[in-house]
Every structure is written in C-alpha cells, then in structure tokens.
Design a protein around this ligand. Sequence first.
Ligand SMILES: Nc1ncnc2c1ncn2[C@@H]1O[C@H](COP(=O)(O)OP(=O)(O)OP(=O)(O)O)[C@@H](O)[C@H]1O
Length: 367
Amino acid sequence: MIRFDSVTKSYSGQSRPALNDIGVEILRGEFVFLVGASGSGKSSFLRLILKEEKPTKGQIHVLGQDLGKISTRKVPYFRRDLGVVFQDFRLLPNKSVFENVAFTLRVIGKSRGFIQSAVPETLKLVGLDGKAKRMPHELSGGEQQRVAIARAIVNKPQILLADEPTGNLDPVTSAGIMTLLERINAGGTTVVMATHEAGIVDQMRRRVIELSAGDIVRDERSAGYDGQTVRDVDYVPETGDGSGDPGAEVDETDATGRDEAAAAGAAATAGTMSTMGHAAPKVTPEIMRDAEPLYVEPEATDEVTEAAAEITKAATGAIVVDPEKLVPKGGGKPAASEHLTLAERLGLRAPGGPREGDDDQEVGPTK
Ligand SMILES: Nc1ncnc2c1ncn2[C@@H]1O[C@H](COP(=O)(O)OP(=O)(O)OP(=O)(O)O)[C@@H](O)[C@H]1O
C-alpha cells in the first residue's frame, strides 16, 4: 500500500538528510504511529507519501503507483485516494462547516447531488450533525479537528495521513479524536499518524515506527511510545525534587482535560520528560479509556433495510423447482412440482421435512 525503497530526502541548506536511506512497507488496513523527536523526519515522511516533496534518492510506491512516475498534472488525481489531517486543522475560515467539507468534492468535480448527500452523512459520522451552518470560529478546537477529519474522509480515501492531529487539543478531546480515527481505520482505511503523544500510543498499541535523525530506529507491532515496555497504567509523573512521590496525582486540569496549557505546564514543572525529550503523557491511560466515542454509526437506510428484507425472504421463502430437474438419474417418474425451502436446497434439511408453519417444528440439529 505504501512502500519506501532506500529513500533519502535532503533539503537544500541542511547538513544532514531529513530521511536517510529509509526502507519500509505499510500494508492495507494498518494503523501506524510515526514517533520521534522534533526534526526526526516524521512530517517529511508524510509529505513524501503525499508527493508534496520528491525523494532525493530512492523510490516510493503508494497504492501500487510509483510516485516518481506520476506527472505533476496527475498528482491531484492521485491525491483523491488520500486524506490528510494536520495539527492546525487548516479550515477555510470564511466558509461554513458544510462548505469546508464540500470544498474538496467541488474541486474534484463531484455532482451537486453527491455533495448534498455525502457531506451531511460524513458530518454525522464525526458527530457534527446539526453544525453544518456554523463557521469554524464558532466551533471548539475538537470540533474544528472533526471538520478537518470529515473533509479528509468525505471522499472515502484509502489512506488517511495525520500529522499530530491532537497536538492543539486538550487531553479529553484528543482521546475522542483517537476513537474517531480508530473507527475510520476499522472501516478499512489505512491510517498513518505522526505524534508526540505517548499516552495515545501506549494505550492504542498499534504498529510504531520510530525515527531518529532521519533513520528508522524501531519498527514494532502492538508497541508503546518508548518500545514494548508500555508505561504502567497508573503512571505517575516524577516530581522535580526527585522524590517521585507515588501519591502525587496528575494535575486535575489534565484529568478534566479542559486546560491543556496548564497540564503541559504542570508536567514541565514536574520536570518529567520522556526518553524522546517531550513532556509526560498529556493523554493519560485513564482519559483514553474513558474517551467518548465521537464516531456515530450510520443508521440503516431504507435501502439497506429493504436489501436485508430481500435476503431474509430468500432464506425463509420457498423456491419453485422445475420438476424435470428432480428426475432421478436412473430413470423413474418425475417428481411432482415441488417447493423447496432454501435450507432444503442447501442440504441443511431433507426435502419434505418440517417447514415453517408446521405444527411439529424441528428445533434441534437435523439427523
Ligand atoms: N522545507 C524544508 N526545508 C529545509 N529543511 C527542512 C524542510 N522541512 C524540514 N526540514 C528539516 O528536515 C528535518 C526533518 O524535519 P521534519 O519536519 O520532517 O521533522 P518532524 O519529525 O516532523 O519534526 P516535528 O516533530 O518538529 O514536526 C529537520 O531538520 C528540518 O529542519
């Protein structure tokens, strides 16, 4: 689905490459966290997948296509299968929620009818039903990010790239956004997400690719932020005086998730740094566990209900069988015209056995 073969990316004026001879493959349906210190190459990795940057050396294949062979003219077509979400949402400030989500569809020439049904459907999916007319500034940060996610998935992309999508959000909202991305992934979309959020990575236990100064230094399945050793569920930040008071609670504002700055400040004051040089997990395991699902399961439409009714009817109803086809191989009299149930046709029940409506219904396994 995504393959890097010996990829190096050097920017002009930089003494060392942002990515250094990278080789990696991401399969369809995977959920991959890209972790690593600031400047380790995570965003460069995502931009290369999008063909926003060209590799200095090596080859990249995405969705079976060699990106080096896609002409500039065809890049927009290639990107239709990719959705992107950024830390700073990047919504169009003077367009409504509906228009923000519809925008990409209009650009790629989708019909009015398609847009009128796809946009509300996607807004519902991300839990923003009823907010279509709002302007971005009338929404909370989490809601704005959900608009950005709706925009990224409205065209049902095969791959969703997310560059620190929770970076600007409070812990509770971050956890909610993760339930949404998890659900999108469960629907078959491959998700690649760059993050500094140890709490999220530790709790979700997905594939983790760690970059360090442009090298892949770790590629593990079901891993935590710092490797297989996932933080204890009752992780408590150490205190600055080194006492490591086990009774110390995570700052209340962190637990309620409404004051990201205060939480980050508290962690910094506590002097707690992860091995990658970042503050202690903002999104604690408790917050991840209690995350409100933001994804709304689509309701069965009439179409689905009718299709289901047809299937039920076929399974329980009678099928008229041509009597000619019931002539025994060795000759003999053709059987009289007969109705067989689907169960009989499939050999699950002997023809002529008890049927629906018979007084003496079969309830146990057939002999
Ligand atoms: N357009 C650019 N021009 C020059 N150098 C760049 C450019 N983009 C990135 N770099 C450099 O490439 C290296 C990798 O940057 P990149 O943005 O990929 O890292 P990152 O892991 O995403 O960092 P962060 O976590 O801070 O977002 C850094 O040294 C950065 O300064």
